[in-house]
Design a protein around this ligand. Structure first.
Ligand SMILES: NC(=O)c1ccc[n+]([C@@H]2O[C@H](COP(=O)([O-])OP(=O)(O)OC[C@H]3O[C@@H](n4cnc5c(N)ncnc54)[C@H](OP(=O)(O)O)[C@@H]3O)[C@@H](O)[C@H]2O)c1
Length: 428
């Protein structure tokens, strides 16, 4: 058998401990498949004494992850500490500078520094891989860079944050409020104490920006993702959507329009009967559309020790077998600066208004929508309490700019009691 692939792991939390467990459990299987042993040589974390539920005595310990990355007896660094800058970035850069392969689960870091890191890896002739950073255990990066490499991709979309999907499906199933379900998700460990990065759509947008770069051969443009979280979704929205045959999902969509790349992470309505509509709990789903293949759907666990370790090991195994492909599926220097779509694509929208309950308001609202050529498909008024009249409207296909102009005008009315909610109905 060939010489071992010598691995260093920076970070021994949920993911790092999972990787150690997987290598220890499947050492023989992995060696047989790779044609060489995978050998963990050294590890690093903040606190050396912490019990991590795995035996670490056979591995060297480094307090400093950068020193770990520079060790002479290491071929590959796994970075699973997290954080977009700081020690994670420093140790990845140090590993690449010293000619070591890097496997990371760190979407926040790659969303900001992925282009520079991919260029650094290629200049050094080593691999930079990040399967675990996007949709957890689902091998979606591999699907895009390998299995679907012959296709021109038109759209990539999906549910990429398990916490948000858990909250939305639990609200739907139990009738509990957003706040109550969020608290439960925190108690179960699905949501952080500060949930902003998840419920605000930022974590999922990091992932979408990496998928968009991979699918469309463009530089990662996280700062150009239109982001909206799920904080404003009410139980009433979920029930209204259900009545019309839809589910509400935090949906990421990247697609090539005639005028450029559109990237959005926002709550959308999807048909209940579609695979995305059927997605329950913390699962993730990614849908990829290519010109020769048509539509493909990938579903699986989006986070957790086992699934994330599984994705990391998939990358490590490729490297052990000698497969070094560019991080984003094509040489990094050839990745184009994305031309961002200025208009976005047209869609039908679900609109919810909170209006004063008085004569003439509805006519005013309808007139404003008409002035901006936003045509109404259906309208439903519910739950008058004498003061407010909640109103739901579903539009026909409309350009986003027309809708935004109409909503701005409606918001400015004295009769408008709260910022209107506008959710796109995604056509699948
Ligand atoms: N958890 C998931 O399901 C999941 C899924 C996909 C991607 N990811 C990504 O994977 C990465 C790790 O996530 P995780 O959930 O495993 O995090 P975690 O449980 O918080 O573990 C982080 C680890 O990094 C170590 N660490 C943090 N700062 C350090 C520093 N300055 N120097 C040395 N070690 C340091 C910590 O050491 P101590 O243990 O000593 O404190 C800990 O072992 C993140 O980028 C995350 O976004 C996670």
């Amino acid at each position: 058998m060939s010489k071992p692939l010598r691995i260093a792991i920076a970070g021994l939390g949920t993911v790092g401990a999972g990787i150690v467990k997987m290598v220890q459990t499947h050492g023989e299987l992995l060696a047989r498949r790779a044609g060489r042993p995978l050998e963990i040589v050294a590890v690093s974390a903040r606190s050396k004494g912490k019990d991590r539920g795995v035996g670490l005595s056979g591995y060297a310990w480094e307090d400093d992850p950068v020193a770990l990355a520079k060790r002479d007896d290491v071929d590959l660094l796994v970075e699973v500490m997290g954080g977009e800058d700081g020690p994670a970035k420093a140790c990845v850069e140090a590993a690449l500078a010293s000619g070591k392969h890097v496997v990371t689960a760190n979407k926040a870091m790659l969303a900001l520094h992925g282009q520079a890191m991919a260029e650094q890896a290629e200049a050094a002739g080593v691999a930079l891989r990040f399967e675990a950073a996007v949709a957890g255990g689902i091998p979606i990066v591999k699907a895009l860079t390998e299995g679907l490499a012959g296709n021109s991709i038109s759209r990539v979309m999906g549910v990429m944050n398990g916490t948000c999907n858990y909250i939305l499906t639990k609200m739907d199933a139990t009738g509990e409020s957003y706040g109550d379900v969020l608290k439960e998700a925190q108690a179960l460990g699905y949501a952080e104490a500060d949930p902003t990065v998840d419920v605000g759509g930022i974590d999922a947008a990091h992932k979408l920006s990496l998928l968009a770069a991979t699918a469309f051969g463009t530089r990662v443009a996280f700062d150009k993702v239109e982001i909206e979280g799920i904080e404003r979704i009410t139980l009433q929205d979920i029930h209204n959507a259900a009545d019309m045959g839809y589910k509400i999902k935090l949906l990421g969509v990247a697609q090539q329009n005639e005028d450029g790349l559109e990237q959005r992470m926002q709550p959308c309505l999807v048909p209940t009967a579609s695979p995305l509509g059927q997605l329950e709990g913390v699962s993730n789903m990614v849908v990829v559309e290519g010109d020769f293949i048509g539509q493909t759907v990938y579903q699986g666990p989006g986070a957790g020790e086992g699934p994330t370790a599984s994705a990391i090991l998939g990358d490590i195994m490729d490297i052990a077998r000698g497969l070094v492909i560019p991080a984003f599926g094509q040489p990094a220097k050839g990745l184009a600066q994305p031309n961002i779509s200025s208009t976005g694509s047209d869609a039908a929208y679900y609109l919810r208004f909170s209006l004063t309950d008085e004569a003439g308001v509805l006519a005013k609202l309808a007139a404003i929508l008409g002035d901006h050529s936003v045509s109404v498909n259906r309208m439903h008024q519910y739950g008058h309490d004498g003061k407010t009249a909640p109103l739901v409207i579903v539009t026909h296909q409309t350009p986003r700019a027309s809708l935004d102009a109409a909503l701005a005008e409606i918001s400015a009315l004295n009769a408008s009691l709260a910022e209107p909610v506008a959710l796109r109905i995604e056509s699948l």
